[in-house]
Design a protein around this ligand. Structure first.
Ligand SMILES: N[C@@H](CCC(=O)N[C@@H](CS)C(=O)NCC(=O)O)C(=O)O
Length: 263
C-alpha cells in the first residue's frame, strides 16, 4: 500500500491536547501502543465529519494536514490514497486482516469506521438502511449544493444572481427536508449515527449558505444537541494554523482551488 505523508508545517495546537490527537498515543503506560489512524485533513465540513467520528469512537488518530490552498491535494503521495484530490482520507494501519488500508470519500470513511468499531452504524439491516439513506442524501445532495451556494455567494468573482438563487434555494429546500425529518425524531435515522455527523458541518455553516437556522426549529435543536457533545467539541477544537491564514482572494490560492481541470 502506498504510504502518504503529506504533512504541512501547520501546527495542531488543539490536536496535541486532544486525548486522541497528535503526540499523545505513546503515553498509555502498560498497554501496548496502538498505531494511530492517519487522518488527512483540512478544517472544512468534509474534514469535520471524520474528526468527529474518530473522537466519538475514541480511536487513536493523528492529523495530517493537507493544505488545499497550496495544492498539497495534488501531491503524488496523497493521490495514491485519494485519486480524487480531495480531503478527507484516512490510513488505518490495522485494517482488515490486520493489514493497512487507505480509504477516501467521507461517506466511505464513515461507513468503514462504523463497521470497524460497531459504533454509530447499526448492524440491523433496517436501521442501517435508514442511516445509509441519510448519509447518501448528504454526500450526494446537501454537500454539493451547499458547496455551490457557498462558492457563488462568497468566492465567485461576479455576483451571478441566477446561480446564487438556484443554490441558496436548493439549500433552503434541503434544510426544510431535514427540519421535517427531525420534527418527529431526535436524529436523522432515529439514534445518533454517522448520518448526523455527515450533515452537521454543513448546517454549522448555514449563514454562509444564506440560511437562518431559526427558520428551522427542529434542525436548530438537532444542531445544538450535536454541537454540545464533548467529542464534537474536541473535533471542532482541532486548529490548523495554516488554514486560518488562507486568503481566498489571493490569486495563487484561487488558481489552485478554482477552475481545476483533468490533469
Ligand atoms: N465527495 C468528497 C468531497 C470532498 C471535498 O470536496 N473536499 C474539499 C474540502 S471540503 C477539498 O478537498 N477540496 C480541495 C480542492 O477543491 O482542491 C467527500 O465527501 O469526501
Amino acid at each position: 500500500m502506498a504510504r502518504a505523508a503529506t504533512e504541512s508545517k501547520a501546527k495542531l495546537a488543539a490536536a496535541a491536547k486532544s486525548p486522541h490527537g497528535k503526540g499523545t498515543a505513546a503515553k498509555r503506560g502498560a498497554t501496548p501502543r496502538v498505531k494511530p489512524i492517519e487522518l488527512y485533513y483540512w478544517p472544512t465540513p468534509n474534514g469535520w465529519k471524520i474528526s468527529i467520528m474518530l473522537e466519538e469512537c475514541a480511536l487513536p488518530y493523528v492529523v495530517r494536514p493537507v493544505d488545499i490552498s497550496k495544492g498539497e491535494q495534488f501531491a503524488p503521495r496523497f493521490l495514491a490514497i485519494c485519486p480524487n484530490n480531495r480531503i478527507p482520507a484516512i490510513v488505518d494501519p490495522v485494517g482488515p486482516n490486520g493489514r493497512p488500508i487507505s480509504v477516501f470519500e467521507s461517506g466511505a470513511i464513515l461507513q468503514y469506521l462504523g463497521r470497524k468499531t460497531g459504533k454509530f452504524y447499526p448492524r440491523d439491516e433496517r436501521a442501517r438502511v435508514a442511516v445509509d439513506e441519510w448519509l447518501f442524501w448528504q454526500v450526494g445532495g446537501l454537500g454539493p449544493m451547499a458547496g455551490q451556494a457557498n462558492h457563488f455567494r462568497r468566492y465567485a468573482p461576479q455576483q451571478i444572481e441566477y446561480a446564487i438563487d438556484r443554490y441558496t434555494n436548493e439549500v433552503n429546500r434541503l434544510f426544510g427536508v431535514l427540519n421535517t425529518r427531525l420534527a418527529k425524531r431526535d436524529f436523522l435515522a432515529g439514534r445518533y449515527s454517522i448520518a448526523d455527523m455527515a450533515s452537521f458541518g454543513w448546517v454549522k455553516l448555514a449563514e454562509r449558505m444564506g440560511q437562518n437556522l431559526s427558520d428551522f426549529p427542529h434542525l436548530q435543536r438537532w444542531f445544538e444537541t450535536i454541537r454540545a457533545r464533548p467529542a464534537v467539541k474536541r473535533a471542532l477544537a482541532i486548529r490548523v494554523e495554516a488554514a486560518s491564514a488562507v486568503d481566498i482572494h489571493d490569486p495563487k490560492v484561487r488558481a489552485i482551488l478554482f477552475g481545476q481541470r483533468a490533469r
